[in-house]
Design a protein around this ligand. Structure first.
Ligand code: GLP
Length: 240
């Protein structure tokens, strides 16, 4: 594991450099992208670099990590819409290179299987970029989740529903279920980049840095990954 403590301001830059290096080695890389507030600065940074002509991802293939059950990218509260707004449009990603997990698919079990199949067909994930939930979730893999599971349907924890404030003014409107890339799918990625920022992430980051796999903290499932990089806001350091 490589751990870098960074200022809030430099985290996005360093993450963007990491992705740029990955694409320089393999322009057709298959990449999983997180939603949430943490990666927004990264996406802004990539869009600026694209404008400046210093970043391109024309040949890369992209997958999102999770979605709410019942929603598709046409719904403004969906993660699919977030990906379109903050990533696909500003980075000019060819729709044929973006596979969104669809919470509005008629058969959700089949959608989960098809999603994993699409990742396989892309040659497996080269890089999974992850955020971290206050309860230690990665994607929508909540505490107690089966670490062997591929992409699957989940019931969202209350803490996870509460944390959707940037998308939902009214927490009661947050869907109760989600689809998530499974921990098995994430662990199979050739490399993982975890972004940890925000005061409410202290406990989850502590659990990770304690170095012991704990089912109550899903993020600890990636501890033994052979190519794991953690970029953590140095404001979280006192507790780590
Ligand atoms: C959300 C998403 C995760 C994300 C996490 C952290 O619920 N399902 O994929 O990484 O929570 O979000 P934030 O960066 O807003 O704290």
């Amino acid at each position: 594991m490589k751990l870098h403590w960074l200022t809030t301001a430099s985290l996005a830059d360093i993450a963007a450099n990491h992705l740029t290096r990955k694409l320089a080695t393999k322009p057709t890389a298959a990449i999983a992208l997180p939603t949430g507030e943490t990666p927004l600065a990264l996406y802004r940074c990539l869009a600026e670099r694209r404008q400046a002509g210093t970043f391109a991802c024309d040949q890369a293939r992209f997958f999102n990590l999770d979605e709410f059950v019942g929603l598709g990218p046409q719904d403004s509260g969906s993660y699919g819409a977030y990906v379109q707004r903050h990533i696909a449009t500003p980075l000019g990603i060819d729709p044929a290179h973006l596979r969104l997990l669809r919470g509005d698919a008629p058969d959700l079990a089949a959608e989960c299987r098809a999603f994993d199949q699409a990742i396989q067909e892309a040659g497996g994930l080269d890089l999974a970029i992850l955020g971290i939930g206050t309860n230690g979730h990665i994607a929508f893999n909540e505490p107690g989740t089966d670490w062997q599971a591929p992409t699957h349907r989940v019931t969202l924890a209350e803490a996870t529903r509460q944390a959707q404030r940037s998308l939902y003014a009214d927490v009661a409107a947050v869907p109760r279920e989600g689809l998530t890339m499974g921990i098995a799918t994430i662990r199979a990625a050739r490399s993982i980049l975890l972004l940890a920022a925000g005061q409410n992430k202290r406990q989850a980051l502590d659990a990770l840095l304690a170095g012991r796999p704990e089912p109550a903290w899903p993020v600890t499932a990636i501890l033994d990954h052979p190519d794991l990089t953690i970029l953590a806001d140095q404001q979280l350091r006192a507790a780590a």
